[in-house]
Design a protein around this ligand. Structure first.
Ligand code: TYM
Length: 330
């Protein structure tokens, strides 16, 4: 039995990319492992937003998690900001991490370049220290595996580096070294309008991504108008046919079928058929999630479930933090 954690930021809506890259692998591992799934609302503060909007996104995300199928008996589901040990350990980790290694993170380089053309004056410090909070999320629970999409792999590597450094200094049993858990094919679902880019909730073009809360007919339209190519040949070739390959990947992930089998299934068919069948599986997923979401969102039942998660996560993380404090001399 392994200990497994992942989180999703509440900077926007939860997308089909988040589902296939992080939620689905967690659900697949749920029955045989000790699981932690949290809402990374503190990470979301890095992107400025209105308090009311943020609160709504946190509430929606928590209802979506349970609607996707997390079972509170098997998975501890909690909100990051409700478990104070995360920020406390993040500070300790900040003091054991250099500005050099944080500023080499690809996500920091990309996002800070977008925010500022003249140095770092308008770049929030949280963007730089984002990975140390992420490392704290993981190291507090002695995690073995972290299911993430490709874009987060570098942050897991940094977590291992910080943990190794601190184990060398304070004792090998301080931190468990986590590994990322990534499926190379499904770890990067692409933008529907520009399939050379990752599907992202922060895209300005609503047609680029599918939100788990999109009405099924809206999602169907987005898939039907997704960018492919003019060859009309259904083949898995992410370099030369990124749009078609992305649709094949989505179908393969949601149907639990191998890419080769999916390609055989669509052999000789045209793009219209591919899009229509991909839309069918996506719409079925959205309908299932949204039916459960609507019964849960804003209810006392949901708050009770989150309180259970908060209590368990607090117990485990406080115990770990106490041990860390002792070892480092606090
Ligand atoms: P976030 O919110 O950007 O994304 C959540 C998860 O979804 C994956 N993902 C994708 N996977 C496949 N295709 C895509 N198009 C796609 N877009 C996003 C991401 O790789 C991620 O796994 N920093 C994290 C949240 C976090 C976290 C953690 C994760 C905070 N603390 C501790 C694991 C462990 C993030 O920004 O995720």
């Amino acid at each position: 039995m392994k200990k497994i954690i992942t989180g999703i930021t509440t900077t926007g809506t939860i997308t089909l990319g988040n589902y296939i890259g992080a939620i689905k692998p967690m659900l697949d591992l749920q029955n045989d492992n000790e699981m932690f799934m949290f809402i990374a609302d503190l990470h979301a503060l890095v992107t400025p937003s209105d308090a009311k909007d943020l609160r709504l996104r946190i509430s929606n995300a928590s209802a979506i998690y349970f609607a996707c199928g997390f079972d509170p008996k098997r998975t501890t589901v909690f909100i990051q900001s409700e478990v104070p040990a995360h920020t406390q350990l993040a500070w300790i980790l900040n003091c054991h991490t250099t500005i050099g290694e944080l500023s080499r993170m690809t996500q920091f380089k990309d996002k800070s370049a977008k925010k500022s053309s003249n140095g770092t004056e308008t770049v929030p410090t949280g963007l730089l220290t984002y990975p140390t909070l992420m490392a704290a999320d993981i190291l507090l629970y002695d995690i073995d595996l972290v299911p993430v999409g490709k874009d987060q792999k570098q942050h897991i590597e940094l977590t291992r580096n910080i943990a190794t450094r601190m184990n060398n200094k304070y004792g090998k049993d301080l931190f468990t070294l986590p590994k990322e858990y990534t499926n190379d094919v499904t770890a990067k679902i692409m933008d529907l309008q520009d399939p050379t880019k990752k599907m992202s909730k922060s895209s300005d073009n609503q047609k680029s991504f599918i939100s788990l809360l999109d009405k099924p007919e809206v999602a169907r339209k987005k898939i039907n108008s997704s960018v492919t190519d003019s060859e009309n040949l259904i083949k898995y070739d992410p370099v030369n046919k990124p749009g078609v390959s992305n649709l094949i990947t989505i179908y393969s992930a949601l149907k639990n079928e191998k890419i080769d089998d999916v390609v055989k299934h669509f052999d000789g068919k045209n793009y219209g058929v591919l899009k229509s069948e991909v839309a069918d599986v996506v719409c079925e997923l959205l309908e299932n999630i949204q039916t459960k979401f609507n019964t849960l969102v804003g209810t006392k039942e949901l708050r009770d479930l989150l309180d259970r998660g908060k209590q368990r996560a607090t117990e485990i993380s406080n115990k770990k933090l106490k041990l860390i404090n002792e070892k480092i001399g606090l």
